[in-house]
Design a protein around this ligand. Structure first.
Ligand code: GLA
Length: 403
């Protein structure tokens, strides 16, 4: 069992100290501070956020760290402890598609905050990511949010910027500068999470509600399938587009508005006849919203069996109706359930990335071992594992400015 690979969160103090030193070496000055923002796991409510619906993610203890220093000359210097590439340019040069790659998630935040920033504001940024990359655990939102909270803390005029407005700026950075059509769940939980809670997000109202984890005997086991997950490819945008076409065909502002009881109505079927796969896509979104609210109820009742079956129902809907699963995710889900998990599902955008399983605390190693064995039997790359303990939102770590 012990030969499984567990991805542990980094120690904040150790990372802050190392990053401070690396920043001084690279840029020749001290940073103004170090900030961190978490990745996330979504317990349920997938592909609902861009349909004005509900999601129930939690912030992971795995975080992306950013050492940041404000400059007064409009220059941006962006570097990473992991990535060989870096970027340097002027704030005016940033825009849709510029810069490309990971620096877009940093520069894009400055761009999105735009006219709220003082003239001549520039930044030196050194990031250190401890959210597994490409695992569907929102390493990109953690990156933009770590820089977002830093800029808000450092720029006097931004002190009153709400978490919701900062999340919206981070979404614009990803949508418009990085070109990833994300819906807002990841940035919202990274900035607005409440320690030791899940976060019920209502995407239409932009509101959040902390939900207590009432199953102390159970854990959320995360399986990073290591099948590459990327939102920048066309499938995510295609699903989003299909939902928008379906909403237009149905005459509703978003699929959130469609009453579940109407799914079987003849006029709904007729309206969706010309939207490719429209009926199946809509059925996923509408039933998934229902499952989120039911799961919140099941948590209040401490009904672990119902929580698990709602999770598994979500997976089946994502696999069969929304068609965003893949072989690795299905193998992980089947193996976890076979080894006694109460429920299991893919989490995040899909097409690779991670699956989660609701597991009795005592069975965590057993279920992880069964998943690893199933991957080996299927000739798949060895999966990695994480434990999803609900953690705190983005914020400052220090050190304090040394002048
Ligand atoms: C990705 C996006 C989110 C959300 C999920 C699917 O993680 O970034 O906004 O749409 O996919 O639920």
């Amino acid at each position: 069992m012990s030969n499984l690979t567990w991805l542990e969160p980094a120690d904040d103090d150790t990372v802050a100290e190392t990053l401070d030193q690396s920043f001084r070496r690279r840029f020749g000055v001290a940073p103004d501070g170090v900030w961190a923002a978490p990745g996330r796991v979504n317990l349920i409510g997938e592909h609902t956020d861009y349909n004005g619906g509900f999601a129930l993610p939690l912030a992971l203890p795995h975080r992306t760290y950013a050492a940041v220093r404000v400059r007064g000359d409009g220059v941006l210097r962006i570097a990473s402890a992991q990535q060989p590439s870096s970027w340097q340019g002027r704030v005016e040069e940033v825009g849709p598609g510029r810069p490309e790659g990971w620096p877009a998630y940093v520069a894009g935040v400055v761009w999105a905050l735009g006219d709220r920033l003082p003239d001549g504001l520039g930044l030196d940024v050194l990031v250190d990511g401890h959210v597994p990359l490409g695992a569907g655990l929102s390493s990109s939102a953690a990156l933009s949010c770590s820089v977002g909270v830093a800029v808000r803390d450092l720029v006097r005029g931004l002190a009153g910027l709400s978490d919701a407005d900062l999340a919206a700026a981070c979404v614009r950075a990803e949508n418009e500068v990085a070109g990833a059509a994300t819906g807002g769940m990841d940035q919202t939980v990274s900035l607005r999470a409440v320690d030791e809670h899940l976060l019920l997000i209502d995407a239409r109202e932009h509101s959040v509600l902390p939900v207590a984890w009432t199953l102390p005997g159970h854990e959320v086991l995360v399986v990073d399938t290591r099948a590459h997950h990327s939102l920048a490819d066309g499938q995510y945008a295609a699903r989003r587009h299909a939902c928008e076409s379906a909403a237009t065909a149905l005459g509703v502002g978003s699929l959130r508005e469609l009453d579940p009881g109407r799914l079987e109505d003849a006029d709904v079927r007729r309206a969706l006849a010309d939207v490719p796969d429209g009926m199946a896509r809509v059925r996923h979104v509408v039933t998934e919203n229902g499952r989120v609210l039911d799961l919140v109820g099941a948590l209040q009742e401490q009904d672990a069996v119902l929580v698990g079956s709602l999770m598994t129902g979500s997976h089946e809907s994502l696999r069969d109706d929304y068609e965003v699963s893949c072989r690795e995710l299905d193998v992980a889900v089947t193996a976890a359930l076979g080894a006694g998990a109460l429920g299991a599902r893919m989490t995040g955008g899909g097409f690779g990335g991670s699956a989660i399983a609701l597991v009795d605390r005592e069975d965590v190693e057993l279920v992880a071992g069964a998943v690893a064995e199933a991957f080996a039997d299927e000739g798949l790359t060895e999966p990695h594992f994480l434990e999803a303990a609900p953690s705190r939102p983005a914020g400052r770590l220090g050190p304090r400015p040394t002048g």
